[in-house]
Ligand binder design. Structure first.
Ligand SMILES: [Zn+2]
Length: 259
């Protein structure tokens, strides 16, 4: 089931809605909160946490081996920290966790072609997973997107549409085009953040089922922060943890949409 954060309405999760008719953000309703015994110990990477994902048949998935990335102890200005190396995911970013979840769900729902908008990493990841799933993929990118990212999208057989102007102009163009094709925006999708949350389950397991005191995450448009919040809420609901770590959302000074 899907529910709207804004008006509270619920929808069948086979409905292919990417946004509530009221304009609110939709989320997938987790049927059962994740706990230690839910881990599929015979699996590797993010699929150890498949019980937490919105998939009917995770065993029939397409996958490139996402997740299972190293957690490296280090020192940061005198503080003991761990670095989570999710750039080792198949296309080079944590987005692969969300895309593996989103694209497999859309594959289950019979989607044959879709549109995504991105400033780089998400578009590359979407193009790669769509190629694997046999789904046609058109990626809208801002005109200023780096050539490297454009080449990566094209190399996965994604169709590239460059939109002049800002990142917001690109989103508007994709939404307009979505009247004819499914709009699989990773920022609007009710499924993407649930793939990302496996990042947090993995850190929790790698730390011996302990929580970090605090987590520092790139803010971006919020999907990483949302994914971590989903994971910690589920662990608290199932009784695995009794507190939530502090989450810090970080953004560079020259790309600071939140503040
Ligand atoms: Zn609504």
């Amino acid at each position: 089931m899907l529910h709207c954060f804004q008006c509270g309405k619920t929808f069948d999760d086979a409905s292919l809605l990417w946004r509530c008719p009221c304009g609110g953000v939709l989320d997938w309703t987790v049927p059962e909160s994740f706990k230690r015994s839910s881990i599929r110990t015979e699996e590797t990477g993010m699929w150890r946490y498949a019980a937490s994902l919105p998939l009917d048949s995770p065993d029939s998935r397409v996958s490139m081996g996402e997740g299972g990335t190293p957690l490296i102890p280090g020192d940061w200005n005198g503080l003991s920290v761990f670095w989570k190396l999710d750039f080792l995911c198949p296309t080079g970013s944590y987005k692969d966790r969300g895309m593996a979840c989103l694209v497999n769900r859309l594959r289950e729902l019979g989607v044959r072609e879709l549109i995504e908008d991105s400033s780089g990493n998400a578009g590359s990841s979407m193009a790669a997973y769509c190629a694997l799933a046999g789904i046609g993929c058109k990626v809208y990118v801002p005109g200023y997107t780096s050539e490297g990212k454009c080449v990566q999208i094209l190399s996965y057989s994604g169709e590239l549409v460059r939109i002049p102007g800002t990142r917001e102009d690109t989103s508007r163009a994709a939404e307009k085009a979505a009247s004819e094709t499914y709009y699989a925006s990773h920022n609007w999708s009710p499924y993407f953040a649930h793939g990302v949350k496996t990042f947090a389950f993995e850190v929790w397991e790698q730390l011996g089922f302990q929580l970090p005191d605090a987590v520092l995450l790139p803010a971006g448009q919020g999907s990483l922060v949302l994914g971590w919040a989903h994971a910690f809420e589920e662990l608290r609901a199932s009784g695995e943890i009794d507190r939530l770590p502090r989450i810090y959302a970080l953004q560079p000074e020259n790309c600071a949409p939140l503040a």
